[in-house]
Design a protein around this ligand. Structure first.
Ligand SMILES: [Fe+2]
Ligand SMILES: [Fe+2]
Length: 318
């Protein structure tokens, strides 16, 4: 961690200042009782590519996009569960120390719960307005426990990964997109505004942990990080399975009288939709994080060998 990560052009105080400047309220971004507009796509094709599913009609692909958008926000609320715990732990560790670091971390924690509240509000509106039930992952607290059982360095690595990836989603895929639903784009914009500070704080916290760690602990952190990615991959596969069932219901192919778990699509179609969803989620939630230039640099600074191990996994998620 000798090089770039120690030469930060920001510090805790500047993160607090930016956070105060960009801060927003849930009610401003999504007033209570907001109705969702199902005539537009929610996510850009770059994040959930489904145009190759040529056996689906345009309307079915639009519904699949909306199901993915709802799952996307839920996945964020899901990972914010463990991020909240870890950030509170980092704030606690700083008590009686650097006041700016405490403020930056406490604001960070508050912003994550706020994001969860926003995403929950969105999900409630989706459940109310979408024509049929859409399934999403539910066990956020259990997954948080699994992640938090890993070494603190690896937990901060995956956190930095997630918060950098959020920024790439917005700046590269959403910001200049005029096709998608303006409410969804606005939610991602407001999330990005605060995540920009979070990623900087993550990098500062990671540098702090690494400066006190042995090479063995750093190597272990890379193993743990790759284990977390593998566990996350399993969750993404579960979500992809849920999406096919949700689409089956939304298109009227799977009805209340269908076999339990039936999608209403043929086995081959089910497989193709599921694979397309999984590939989209992998690229969105894993690839964008592990290949983010700032993340790659941080890995290199920590351990060239560890960075090479991460790089060897990139193909699986692309
Ligand atoms: Fe967040
Ligand atoms: Fe965040």
């Amino acid at each position: 961690m000798e090089t770039a990560m120690l030469k930060f052009n920001y510090d805790y105080a500047s993160c607090v200042k930016n956070s105060e400047r960009t801060s927003w309220r849930v009610d401003e971004v999504m007033p209570p009782d907001t109705r969702l507009d199902f005539s537009r796509a929610f996510l850009p094709e770059a994040l959930v590519p489904n145009s190759s599913l040529d056996f689906l009609t345009e309307d079915q692909r639009l519904k699949l996009n909306q199901i993915s958008g709802n799952a996307y926000l839920n996945l964020f609320a899901f990972v914010e569960e463990y991020i909240l715990v870890t950030v509170v732990q980092h704030a606690q560790a700083e008590m009686f120390g650097d006041r700016d670091a405490i403020r930056a971390l406490v604001r960070f924690a508050d912003e994550e719960v706020k994001h969860q509240r926003l995403f929950e509000r969105y999900r409630a509106a989706f459940d109310r307005d979408f024509p049929s039930p859409a399934e999403v992952l539910e066990s956020a607290a259990e997954v948080a426990q699994v992640i938090l059982s890993k070494s603190p360095i690896s937990v901060m690595m995956i956190t930095l990964h997630i918060e950098l990836m959020t920024q790439h989603h917005y700046t590269e895929c959403v910001k200049d997109n005029r096709e998608i639903d303006p409410l969804f784009a606005s939610i991602l914009k407001h999330h990005w505004l605060e995540e920009s500070q979070h990623a900087k704080i993550d990098a500062l916290e990671l540098a702090k942990l690494v400066s006190m760690a042995t090479p063995k602990a750093i190597s272990q952190a890379f193993d743990d990080y790759l284990d977390i990615l593998a566990a996350f991959d399993g969750l993404l596969a579960q979500q992809a399975e849920m999406d096919v069932r949700s689409l089956g219901r939304a298109t009227g192919r799977a009805t209340d009288g269908s076999e339990p778990g039936a999608t209403g699509f043929s086995a081959e179609e089910t497989e193709r939709i599921q694979q397309s969803q999984l590939q989209g989620y992998r690229r969105t939630f894993v690839w964008y994080g592990m290949t983010s230039p700032m993340y790659v640099q941080a890995m290199q600074d920590m351990s060239p060998d560890g960075a090479a191990r991460v790089e060897a996994r990139v193909a699986h998620f692309s």
